[in-house]
Write a protein that binds this ligand. Structure first.
Ligand code: PHB
Length: 391
């Protein structure tokens, strides 16, 4: 091929223009690498899927771009298995070199993720796992949560039950971070409001052999039972509690994880159950109606609290990236924008606490048919105490 002098010079000047392009402009052309580390198998599989669907809906509503840049997803199934958390997190951080880590559901797994996110200063958004320490003793500038602390939805149920004259409660939960902290939050609210005693029964996660425990509860005859279960395990527990005949004799209460996303699976057995959570059916706000319609259209299923938390993780990341037009090198400005964010969530607008956890309304809900129908606001703008956080 003959190369004329003119062609050669034109080519050379293009090349040098390329090398002179600011790093930022080159970076802009690249996609933002988002690591989704969530459970896609096991008792929390549906939760991981709903979070993923919600996150992608928020991004797709923005034309697939945040801060003007397209996203590339890297996905890891964490199996809700804490022992695999370091290896799984490193797949995303070291191998895939993600810019943002989104995950996870399980409080034990999130602990491993946070350790690596802190060591590598990776921006991280927690779209479920309630581990109190995530926005407490382990809080960090680069760690945000769009869901709840385990304390948060359970604490208000303590007062509701005490106000109803309930004095002696048996708690039953999976014996791991989330179960222990949910029971602790409930107990704190219950005793403060006049409750007398909470006796704890435990079952290893993700075990669902409830029979012996239900027999024990029937024999102990407490005024009421408070539980923490979620996902597939929650559906099984609701059915077993009803089948044991306990619904008629011992009232059952829980945070709303017991009844969210599983009502199709339990038939009539959940009817009338009252729970507290940061989302409910029938909120009737414009935002919630739009979200529910868009989610149902995109995913051919009804959204639940997990879908909302994933959606809000997308909204939060959008707020950070829009503030810097997608320039990830401006970390300080991204963080500042995320800290100041007022998230227009389907659950109702919420703001970020100093410790990076939502300050949000907690609703009392009651199962009516296939809905966790709004009854009242159990606690307005509840902030987690963020014990041990020094941000
Ligand atoms: C948790 O492990 O933090 C957890 C899991 C499932 C829920 C809520 C909390 O529904």
């Amino acid at each position: 091929m003959k190369v004329t002098r003119r062609k050669f010079l034109a080519q050379a000047s293009l090349l040098s223009a390329g090398t002179l392009l600011p790093k930022f402009a080159l970076g802009q052309a690249q996609k933002i690498r988002v690591g989704l580390m969530l459970p896609y198998t096991g008792t929390f599989a549906q939760l991981g899927t709903a979070i993923t669907n919600g996150f992608k809906l928020a991004v797709n509503e923005r034309g697939g771009k945040l801060g003007g840049r397209e996203l590339e997803y890297f996905t890891v199934d964490d199996e809700s298995e804490p022992s695999k958390a370091p290896e799984n997190t490193n797949k995303l951080v070291q191998r895939d070199k993600v810019d943002v880590l989104v995950g996870t559901v399980h409080s034990g797994v999130v602990m491993g993720m946070i350790k690596i996110a802190k060591e590598t200063n990776t921006l991280m958004i927690v779209p479920n796992a309630g581990l109190d320490a995530a926005t407490g003793a382990l809080c960090a500038t680069n760690i945000f949560r769009t869901s709840f602390s385990n304390w948060q939805p359970s604490y208000p149920m303590g007062k509701i039950m005490a106000d109803r004259g309930i004095r002696n409660v048996i708690s039953l939960a999976w014996k791991y971070g989330a179960g222990e902290e949910a029971v602790a939050g409930f107990t704190e609210g219950f005793i403060k409001a006049g409750g007398k005693s909470v006796r704890g029964l435990w079952i290893p996660f993700p075990n669902t052999e409830f029979q012996a425990l239900l027999t024990e509860i029937a024999a102990l005859k407490p005024d009421a039972v408070f539980v923490f279960f979620a996902g597939g395990g929650a559906a099984k527990f609701i059915k077993d509690y009803a089948a044991a005949g306990l619904r008629k004799t011992i009232p059952l209460y829980s945070s709303g994880f017991l009844t969210d996303g599983i009502l199709d699976a339990v038939g009539n057995d959940a009817e009338g159950l009252e729970t507290t959570l940061h989302y409910a059916d029938g909120l009737n706000s414009k935002k919630d109606k739009e979200f529910r319609a868009a989610y149902a259209k995109a995913h051919k299923s009804e959204p639940d609290v997990y879908a909302v938390q994933g959606y809000d993780a997308g909204l939060l990341l959008a707020t950070g990236l829009d503030a810097v037009k997608g320039d990830l090198t401006k970390r300080k400005e991204i963080i500042a924008a995320m800290e100041k964010a007022k998230i227009d969530s389907p659950r109702g607008a919420w703001t970020m606490s100093k410790a990076h956890n939502p300050i949000q309304d907690i609703y009392l809900r009651k199962v009516v048919g296939k809905e966790n129908r709004l009854v009242s606001i159990a606690h307005k703008a509840l902030a987690d105490p963020a014990r041990g956080c020094k941000l």
